[in-house]
Design a protein around this ligand. Sequence first.
Ligand SMILES: [Cu+2]
Length: 466
Amino acid sequence: MKRRFFMQLGGLAALSSTIPRLHADSSPAASFSITAKSSEVNLVGPDFPATAVWGYDGKVPGTELRLVHGEALKAKINNALEVPTAVHWHGIRLPNAMDGVAGLTQPAIMPGETFNYTFTPPDAGTFWYHSHVNAYEQVGRGLYGPLIIEEKNPPKADRELVWMIDDWRLLDDASIKDDFGGGHDRSHAGRIGNVPTVNGRFRDVVKVQSGERIRIRIINASNARNFALSFGDLSPMVIAIDGQPVTPYKPDEDIVIGAAGRVDVMVDMTGDPESVSPVVDSFYRQSFDLIKFAYEQQPLRENPLDSTIALAGSVIPEPDLTDAIAHDVVIAGGAMGGLRQAMLDGKWLGLREIAQQGYVWAMNDIVANKLDMAPLIDTKKGQTIKLKLENQTAFPHPMHLHGHHMKLLSIDGNALAEPRWVDSPLLMPRQTIELAFVADNPGDWLFHCHVLEHHAAGLGTLVRIT
Ligand SMILES: [Cu+2]
C-alpha cells in the first residue's frame, strides 16, 4: 500500500499524528487535530541552547498533513497561543470560507478556541499550511507545516523527502531576534535571517545510497528569503512547480524557489559511496551549504532506474485567451523604488506620509492598509483573466494569489516554451510577467506579496469573483 511505503520511508511522514479513516458519509477523509502552541526546539545544534518557537503541535515544521488525492482534509486547529491565529492552506484551490485569512474569510481563532477546516483538495501535489494572522511574526516564529497530497499513481522512487526550508533571524544565544516587522525589513528585502534550516535543522546531513532515486519536495517557508539551489554533480529533474506537474526537465541553472514557492525534484544519487556532496544556495551574494548528502558504504544499485518520472497532468481549467479580460498591474515603492505618492484609504498621499503609517508599497498606486479593501479585479465567475505584472521596484516579490493557480505565459516579453501553473511566481526586480487564469472560484481572494513584511507594508490587493 502506497501510504505505508511513505510512512516507513518518508522521513517526516512518520510524524503524521492521525491516519486517515472512513467518515460517516463514507467518503474517505484524513482527520487531524493540530495545536498551535509555543515550545522549544533545537534549531542550531547541540552547541547552542534550544530556541523558543511557536509551532503546530509545538514542532518546526509543524505536523505533516498527508493525504491521498481524492480524500477530504478535516483539520481541527486548536489555538493554545496567547494571540489570535488562523490557518491558510497555501496553493489549495479550496472554498473561500476555508482559506484561513482572518479578517477576510473568517474571524480569527482566539486563544483557547478551535476552528474546523474541511475541504477536499482538487489537486495532488506539494503544498503547505501557515498562519495568516500577523504572518510576518507568526510564520517567522515557526507556524507552518507541509501539506502533501499524494498522487494516486506516483512515479517510482526509492524514497521521498520533504524539505521545508526556513531562514531564522537568531541572536547569539539562538533565541529569535524579536524585531518582527521593522521598518528596514518592510522597505527592503524583508526579514532575511542568519540561520537557514531544512526541517528545523541547521546544516543537516542526509544519508543516501549510490544509485538511489529520491523525490524531494522542497517548500520555502521563509518570510522573505529566496533560494537558488545547486546540487553539484547531481542532475535533479524538476517534476513539479508550486505543486503542479511540469514536463520533467533538467534546469540549465540553479533551481530558484521564491518565498512560499515549492519545487519537486527527482534525483538519482550518482555520487560515490562514502562521499559527501552539498546542496548549495547562491541566490544572494554569499553562497552557503544548505544541507549535505552523505553516501553510505553500500550502493543500492549500479545504474539509475529507467522508469518514468513524469507526473500525470494538471486538472486545472485552461485559460482561453480569446475571451480574456486584461489587467495590467504595476508594483511600485520600497527603498530605491521611486514611488512619489499613492492612494491610502482613498486619499492621495506623499510617500513620506504613507511611510509614517508603516506602508511603503503600492499596486497600481493603491496601498493595501487593510484586508477587506476595494478589489483591484472584480469579475464574474468563469471569466478568464490575463494579468500583466510589472515590478518597478528594486526587490524581488513572490506574488501569491489565493484560491487559484495562474498560468505563467511570459517573462519580460519572452513566451515560455511550456507555460506552467504557479501560485507564487517570483517577480524579479524590474521584471514583467504575464499570467492567465480562469476565475472559477467565487469569493474575495488575497493577491499579495509573500515577502510577509512587504504584505504588511501595503503590497497586496483583492480579487473578487462573484
Ligand atoms: Cu514583495
